[in-house]
Design a protein around this ligand. Sequence first.
Ligand SMILES: *[C@@H]1O[C@H](CO)[C@@H](O)[C@H](O)[C@H]1NC(C)=O
Ligand SMILES: *[C@@H]1O[C@H](CO)[C@@H](O)[C@H](O)[C@H]1NC(C)=O
Length: 196
Amino acid sequence: MTRATIVLLLLAIFFFSSSSSQCHDRDKKALLAFKDSFLSTSLDDTWLESTDCCSWDGHVLCDKDTGRVYYLQFSNDKFSPGVRVSLNGSIPASVGNLSALEVLMFSDLPALVGPIPPQLTELKKLLTLSIIRTGVSGPVPPFLSKLSSLRKLDLGGNSLSGAIPPSLGSLTRLSYIGLYDNRLTAGPSRPPSTAN
Ligand SMILES: *[C@@H]1O[C@H](CO)[C@@H](O)[C@H](O)[C@H]1NC(C)=O
Ligand SMILES: *[C@@H]1O[C@H](CO)[C@@H](O)[C@H](O)[C@H]1NC(C)=O
């Protein structure tokens, strides 16, 4: 091998190894649309078009090989060590484009309001859906039964109302369901909270 060949090889290795953790284009577009659809959010300074979305620490994790986002977390819990965020508005439809997502978590976000969007059913790989202590309201949607991979569903501490849809019984892989501290009329929840 000539020296030039070796240099080219090294460059190629460097290029491929560094580009492998770059955010997938489709996911980046979806995340930027996600950010833009809130009335206000504290993400404006960190979620920038010019940066790799896999480096949006504390909120986003990507698969090293595919660059697809598999983990998305938002919390404003002052007792948890992670990055705190504020989100004002409802869960945007663009979340449905993050089709490799396995974990989606929102917690301690009182200004996160509105219903659980139907686009969530496009997340066929979702293992954990956690929306806790937010202002999210409306019914526990029957369409959640389409999330056939789901292991954990935690919807505690919101303003959800109505009955618990029987269709959730078809989520055979579910090992945890939390619906405590809502305004539900019946079902597998804790005794009525005295705080309400
Ligand atoms: C979602 O994906 C579709 C194609 O599947 C694309 O046309 C649309 O622009 C995407 N939306 C966002 C917000 O990324
Ligand atoms: C959310 O945004 C709306 C519109 O800008 C504003 O009226 C409201 O006070 C905000 N709520 C919170 C909790 O920040």
